[in-house]
Design a protein around this ligand. Structure first.
Ligand code: COA
Length: 260
């Protein structure tokens, strides 16, 4: 499938989706969110893909936010629908993918851009990256999960400071705050993401999916994360991957996981 606002490339089981509106700093308009929704669905269904990397086109921005020009004249119901629809199609969709998703943050990650990075399972950043939730400077608040996910990642006090000041932090502060896992020079960002993806994809796809579900469960309202872990752990014992992983260990050979 080809897209207007995305570039999709596959190599050795790793898919890279590049948000490709560089003249608008890859701002997320509704068309781009709809394409990402479609691309995520296809990626989840494609057994040949084991890990997904999401990045932005160009040297300047990962994503500079939701498209301000598109929503500037929205009414109250349209604003509410924009948030609800975006959360469902993109941000919750990324977070609940059954395959690990790595954000390669290659520059500005502002507003919806930081919210997208925070929805991914792992975040790597280039040394020129700058991150923030500047929505209150526009008279609005983060609406793509930012008020919830930022507080989970960096704790409430820092999240409040970042959201209320509408300020940006640089990559090193983001690293110190725990907002990103690693900072590398920009020309090494994608190769570092591929290296991590390659390490991850040596593991059982069924176990990776179960691990994502179990970790996410701890943040679902009304869900007992420990109980979900017990269930997911138990289910692993019925998979071919578990049989293969444990047999390979005992036979002192490398496991060949088929994701079943
Ligand atoms: N929505 C729509 N367009 C955006 C955008 C956004 N979130 N962010 C950047 N753009 C567009 C600019 O309007 C400009 O387009 P134009 O050339 O057609 O006018 C183009 O991208 C380049 O951006 P520009 O502002 O000229 O670059 P800069 O280097 O001077 O500043 C930023 C970079 C990121 C600091 C600045 O673009 C910015 O503050 N963007 C908005 C960030 C934001 O508030 N995001 C949250 C949205 S809820």
């Amino acid at each position: 499938m080809s897209y207007t606002n995305l570039l999709v490339t596959d190599a050795d089981g790793i898919r890279t989706i590049t948000i490709n509106r560089p003249d608008q700093l890859n701002a997320l308009n509704r068309a781009t969110i709809a394409e990402l929704d479609q691309a995520l669905t296809e990626t989840d269904a494609d057994k040949s893909i084991r890990v997904l990397i999401i990045t932005g086109s160009g040297m300047k921005a990962f994503v500079a936010g939701a498209d301000i020009k598109e929503f500037a004249h929205f009414s109250v119901p349209e604003g509410k629908a924009l948030s609800a629809d975006g959360q469902k199609k993109l941000f919750d969709h990324v977070e609940t993918m059954s395959k690990p998703v790595i954000a390669a943050v290659n520059g500005f990650a502002l507003g919806g851009g930081l919210e997208l990075a925070m929805s991914c399972h792992v975040r790597l950043a280039s040394d020129n990256a700058r991150m923030g939730l500047p929505e209150v400077s526009l008279g609005v608040i983060p609406g793509y999960g930012g008020t919830q996910r930022l507080a989970r990642l960096v704790a409430k006090g820092k999240a409040m400071e970042m959201i209320l000041s509408a300020g940006m932090i640089d990559a090193n502060d983001a690293l110190q705050w725990g907002l990103v896992n690693r900072v590398v020079p920009q020309d090494q960002l994608l190769s570092t993401a591929v290296e991590l993806a390659t390490r991850i994809m040596k593991n059982s796809p069924t176990a990776l999916a179960a691990a994502i579900r179990a970790v996410n469960a701890g943040y679902e309202p009304g869900v007992n994360g420990m109980q979900r872990e017990i269930e997911e752990f138990g289910k692993c014992f019925g998979t071919a991957d578990f049989k293969e992983g444990t047999s390979a260990f005992m036979e002192k050979r490398k496991a060949e996981f088929r994701g079943e």
